[in-house]
Ligand binder design. Structure first.
Ligand code: NAG
Ligand code: NAG
Ligand code: NAG
Ligand code: NAG
Ligand code: NAG
Ligand code: NAG
Length: 364
């Protein structure tokens, strides 16, 4: 039970489902007599709830119609003891995932099956395929939430255009519906709950972006495109305004996507926010998880990275947000490890914590 109630708090953006799992767990572990007692109890609780609901509804209507404010209707009854979890639940995230038709059945499908739907809304941003598609490919386009953008130019050389189109589309249609706008690639893995928890502590009215910070090429630096990066509402507004101003120097195509988007934003006074945890460990990761953990960093990373490169347990914050170069198979594996496998006892939990604290060298 302790484990279950912990999970309710941790995975609170999907509170309902988790509570259900926790309850079933609890229920099955009861002996039969207790189950019967529980059943009777449940009936009383149900009746009690119905009466309480009626009372609340009545009070709500009365207080509404009389325009008085002495009864503040509780919006988040389950979490109203903790402001922090409340704000996690109300932090709305729109994920924009760049892909291409040849990846629909592999990378896009894997994201759609795993972390994509954990965003409040996710869109795949793709060009329209001119090649003849297989039946499977045509079928999958009916399942994937593909953003209805028609003017995207195919090809890796036009990634900037794809990303710019994605942000303009998000601004024009959804600026009021979300607090944060994330750009990811189709080989990015995002732990959306951690992203939401991180963003819930930030201010979306600030001209700020978050991601993995490279300190080169763009003044004040840019975020690795593959690790995914986040624009606040205010940043997206400035990006849109710049792109609709014919005088702006923001590039609409060409160059490197992450660099060009950052150049445009920094020109508009949008600054990179601190994207580390309170122990200064990275949360966004531009390489696969094995490479960060083992410390296999390519030479260029040494000069690009704004923060010192760390391996082993220092590689990644406990509330890590993303990894890059994650294959479709590894998207499913990560999802399985993070959401399906659960240590079952508090004793097990303690041994895991001890292991995590140990400084024993990692063998590869
Ligand atoms: C929770 O919110 C209330 C009202 O907004 C505030 O008075 C209180 O200090 C907050 N509690 C915490 C722990 O932040
Ligand atoms: C993509 O192209 C096909 C064939 O040219 C066309 O039938 C379809 O409507 C187009 N879809 C979009 C979203 O533009
Ligand atoms: C494609 O979708 C159609 C209609 O839903 C279905 O009948 C057909 O079996 C699907 N084909 C494949 C190869 O998945
Ligand atoms: C959020 O940022 C805006 C713009 O800088 C500022 O006016 C506002 O006071 C900030 N809100 C909080 C809660 O810090
Ligand atoms: C663009 O520049 C021209 C010439 O400097 C200026 O007259 C015009 O107001 C500018 N337009 C915008 C939208 O800033
Ligand atoms: C406890 C709580 O209020 N949970 C809500 C969090 O947000 C989701 C999606 O908007 C709701 O479905 C939950 O009820």
């Amino acid at each position: 039970m302790m484990e279950c109630s912990e999970r309710v708090v941790l995975i609170n953006s999907h509170g309902d489902r988790t509570i259900c799992i926790a309850f079933n767990h609890h229920w099955n572990s009861f002996p039969l007599s207790e189950r019967y007692f529980s059943f009777v109890q449940k009936r009383f609780i149900t009746i009690g709830l119905a009466i309480t609901s009626l009372t609340l509804i009545t009070i709500f209507y009365i207080s509404n119609s009389s325009n008085s404010n002495y009864f503040d209707f509780p919006k988040f009854q389950l979490y109203n003891t903790n402001n922090y979890t409340q704000s996690i639940n109300t932090t709305r995230i729109c994920c924009l995932i760049l892909t291409t038709p040849k990846n629909f059945l592999t990378r896009a499908k894997a994201i759609h099956d795993t972390w994509g739907p954990l965003c409040d809304r996710h869109f795949f941003i793709t060009e329209n395929s001119s090649e003849s598609n297989s039946v499977e490919q045509i079928n999958i386009t009916r399942e994937l939430p593909i953003a209805p953008i028609t003017n995207i130019i195919p090809g890796y050389d036009h990634l900037t255009q794809k990303s710019v189109s994605a942000f303009l589309f998000a601004y024009q249609n959804y600026i009021n519906d979300f607090d944060w706008f994330v750009k990811a690639d189709d080989d990015t893995f995002i732990i959306v709950e951690n992203l939401r928890a991180f963003l819930s502590k930030q201010n979306t009215s600030e001209p700020v972006t978050f991601g993995y910070n490279f300190k080169v090429i763009v003044p004040k630096g840019y975020h690795s495109g593959g690790a995914s990066y986040v624009l606040s509402k205010e940043s997206l507004r400035r990006f849109y305004t710049a792109h609709t101003n014919p005088n702006s120097s923001c590039r609409k195509d060409g160059g490197a996507e992450d660099v060009e988007v950052a150049k445009c934003l920094r020109n508009e006074g949008v600054y990179p926010g601190k994207s580390l945890d309170d122990q200064n460990r990275e949360l966004f990761h531009p390489l696969p998880f094995h490479d960060h953990f083992r410390g296999s960093f390519p030479d260029w990373m040494l000069s690009y990275a704004e923060n010192p490169l760390e391996a082993k347990y220092g590689c990644c914050g406990d509330q890590t947000i993303s990894f890059h170069y994650v294959s479709p198979e590894d998207q499913y594996l990560m999802h399985f490890l993070l959401y399906k496998i659960r240590p079952i006892s508090p004793i097990h939990r303690r041994s895991i914590d001890r292991f995590a604290r140990s400084t024993a060298p990692v063998t590869s």
